[in-house]
Ligand binder design. Structure first.
Ligand code: ADQ
Length: 408
């Protein structure tokens, strides 16, 4: 069976602003050294799916650069990860939605002539062995298989909500982001949510995309149009993510999946990484998350002013970090971050090359690349004051955009 993989990476990520001011959502840095797209690409590569097309559209520069620098598979063996920007092949228009992105790139599918096509989203934090889903899909003979996970009922308007027949396998209804969803019979506080990961029988996918393209009333969206259409045709199955067992995973981190569509979810996913026994374990070397970054020296912790010891506790500290008499607590420090003496960073995510000046204190903040926090500054103490200068999320996390100049 020939299987090709398409990763949808054209999402705008409006709810992650200001982190998506200059970059596509899948290019947003995560966990110190990764970008969001590394998770789906690592899952595919670890599952030995090594012919991967990445569809990009919005602000794709840093995404393209990251993919072409990092994701170099052996071309000699016919493997590739190729970013394909929107090319207006079918006329002067951008992709209308995720289904249109696929439709406009069907030539890539014709080039490969696969039997099945994996179509995965690019903005989730998780480990998944895609082979187990593809196997179920092939065995069942379904036109499409949709990966699903239980989520709180209150989040139903963020997900495609799935209903199944009593066997739990055949999808009987699929509603994209409904406001009036009801809970599951065995768990009224939960819904069965689509993870935005699909496996299609190639011919069925092509036919559905063609039919959808002719419908002027369609939004040309996979979740909104294509999947409901295929459910109606009666050949859509669900793949339950709880059945997925990734090599090297533990009881604790099995089934972990985070949609990081909002700043608060993005922040919470970071906090999931730093506890002593993290629910998402980056240290599983049987299912590595691949990435690439500059060759940097090891992190360094130094005494300063004679009495101050540079320290980091319950934190992830990347290469190239220098903590010079400062203190990091429950934080993620990306490559090149510097904490000067008496600086304190708590419950925060600092991206590449952030500098925290002498005596400055940063609390519950996400600080994007290259920001310089001046000596003595206070961030995350007075949210009203912070709101005048920065974004502050619903849960009270201060977010400072890339390259922002802070004057005090
Ligand atoms: P959303 O994530 O809201 O819901 P969408 O914005 O279409 O749906 O994004 C899906 C994926 O497609 C993302 O990886 C995004 O980057 C990409 N994408 C979006 N528009 C694109 C375009 N024009 N070109 C290329 N790529 C594009 C989806 C499903 C829901 C499901 C959630 C799970 O529609 O049913 O529950 O994912 O998070």
């Amino acid at each position: 069976m020939r299987v090709m993989a398409i990763v949808l990476a054209g999402g705008e990520g409006k709810r992650l602003m200001p982190l998506t001011a200059d970059r596509a959502k899948p290019a947003v840095p995560f966990g110190g050294i990764y970008r969001l797209i590394d998770f789906v690409l690592s899952n595919l590569a670890n599952g030995h799916y090594l012919q991967i097309v990445v569809l990009t559209q919005y602000k794709n520069h840093s995404l393209d650069r990251h993919i072409s620098r990092t994701w170099r598979l052996s071309a000699m063996l016919g493997n590739y990860v190729t970013p394909v920007p929107a090319q207006q092949r079918l006329g002067p228009r951008w992709f209308a939605g995720s289904a249109d992105a696929l439709f406009q790139n069907l030539n890539l599918v014709y080039d490969e002539l696969p039997d099945h096509v994996i179509v995965f989203g690019a903005d989730h934090i998780y480990r998944m062995d895609p082979r187990q889903m593809v196997e179920q899909h092939i065995d069942s003979g379904a036109d499409v298989t949709v990966a699903a996970i239980r989520q709180p009922l209150g989040l139903s308007d963020q997900f495609g909500v799935i209903e199944t027949d009593p066997t739990g396998r055949r999808i009987t209804a699929f509603r994209e982001k409904p406001k009036d969803a009801v809970g599951l019979p065995d768990s009224p506080g939960e819904i069965y949510a689509s993870m935005g990961n699909y496996v299609f029988r190639t011919q069925a996918m092509i036919e559905a995309l063609r039919e959808d393209a002719l419908d002027p009333g369609s939004k040309h969206d996979l979740g909104g149009n294509i999947i409901p259409m295929m459910v109606k045709a009666g050949s859509a199955e669900v793949y339950d993510f709880k059945d997925n067992v990734v090599p090297g995973s533990t009881e604790r981190d099995r089934g972990y999946w985070r949609d990081v569509g909002t700043l608060d979810a993005y922040y919470d996913a970071h906090m999931d990484l730093i506890s002593a026994h993290p629910v998402f374990n980056l240290y599983n070397d049987r299912w590595p998350i691949y990435t690439g970054h500059d060759p940097l020296p090891p992190a360094k912790f130094v005494h300063n002013d004679g009495d101050r010891v540079g320290r980091a506790v319950d934190s992830l500290v990347s290469a190239g970090v220098i903590i010079s008499g400062g203190l990091a607590l429950r934080s993620v420090l990306s490559p090149g971050v510097i904490l000067h003496s008496h600086a304190q960073v708590e419950d925060s995510v600092l991206m590449g090359n952030v500098k925290v000046g002498r005596g400055a204190i940063v609390r519950r903040a996400i600080v994007d690349k290259n920001v310089v926090i001046p000596d003595g500054a206070r961030i995350g103490f007075d949210l009203e004051e912070d709101r005048e200068r920065f974004a502050v999320t619903k849960d009270g996390v201060v977010v400072i955009g890339k390259n922002e100049i802070i004057d005090r």
